[in-house]
Design a protein around this ligand. Structure first.
Ligand code: R5P
Length: 294
């Protein structure tokens, strides 16, 4: 097996290779003056089981094209098999036609991925897991919630309440509460289909005087987290922490969530950010070991 760290996941790819003790094939890449992506394999992939590690966070379109170029080229250069490790899959949230005429972007992205030669597809906490079935390729949707919750224990948060900022994150807090052991609950969120603004209907949460960790898969603009923190403050919570798998943290989302009263935000290196302190490399290396029996 060889690991090819893509331009968007260089460090993560290197860490995975280090844990597995396998060879790394570096990629030469640049942008042409008109913005198009150039990639070049610096060593052969002939006859190898190739693991391509490339996330598709911002700039999503560039990262996606690079991913497609990497997969297609590795195969053309004679790879025996290809495992695409894509910790964050862009466009995953646009999985329906919420308004007439909208593109169902996640479907289109998966159609593109279906047309390049992938033998295994590995991702982390994909937003709508059902879509992955459309790939018609063996896939793994690994969860980083257990290591995130374990990391929160190091903040002295054993017994903290796990909160999902919307119903979509209930599964995440079911998982985290098994580690933190302080119970869980969720908020009901509604997002304006045009402006993207979020509003909440607060359910009766028993969080008065408790430490709370809010878990979500993605923090993008931060609106969801900011509103969740605001609500918790009105409910008399003791301390508020935030943990998320994909900290996109667009603009000054990080500062805004902290300014609202969250004591810290912990994220993973599925996407690179100022808070990506928890690496998913051990998790992904384990999966690759299982896929390739190394
Ligand atoms: C949506 O269902 C996701 O789980 C996140 O809650 C959402 O994507 C976060 O976006 P934002 O930070 O822009 O509110």
């Amino acid at each position: 097996m060889i690991v090819v760290p893509g331009p968007a996941s260089k460090e993560l790819g290197l860490n995975i290779a280090r844990i597995l003790g396998v060879k790394v094939v570096p990629i030469e890449f640049k942008h042409f003056p008109d913005g198009e992506s150039y990639i070049r394999f610096t060593e052969s992939t002939q006859g190898e089981n190739v693991v391509i590690v490339q996330t598709t966070g911002p700039p999503q379109d560039t990262s996606l094209i690079q991913l497609l170029l990497l997969i297609d080229t590795a195969k053309e250069l004679g790879a025996k098999s290809i495992a695409a490790v894509v910790p964050y899959v862009a466009y995953g949230r646009q999985n329906s036609r919420f308004r007439d005429g909208e593109a169902i972007s996640s479907k289109t992205v998966f159609r593109l991925l279906k047309n390049v030669d992938i033998d295994h597809f590995i991702t982390v906490n994909f937003h709508v897991p059902e879509i992955l079935k459309g790939l018609k390729t063996p896939f793994e949707n690994v969860s980083a919630i257990q290591p995130l919750a374990e990391h929160m224990l190091s903040y002295g948060l054993s017994g903290a309440f796990s909160l999902a900022p919307d119903e979509g994150a209930i599964k995440l807090v079911e998982e985290s509460s098994k580690i933190l052991k302080g119970g869980y609950g969720w908020l009901r969120k509604e997002r304006d289909k045009v402006t993207g603004d979020v509003a909440f209907n607060t359910s009766s949460l028993e969080v008065k005087g408790k430490d709370v960790v809010i878990f979500d898969d993605i923090i993008s603009s931060g609106s969801t987290m900011i509103s969740a923190v605001k609500i918790l403050k009105t409910l008399g919570t003791k301390r508020i922490y935030v943990a998320c798998v994909h900290p996109l943290l667009i603009g000054n989302a990080l500062q805004k969530v902290l300014a609202e009263g969250a004591l810290s935000i912990v994220g993973t290196d599925c996407v690179r950010s100022l808070v990506s302190s928890l690496s998913v490399a051990p998790l992904l290396a384990d999966i690759l070991r299982r896929c390739f029996c190394v």
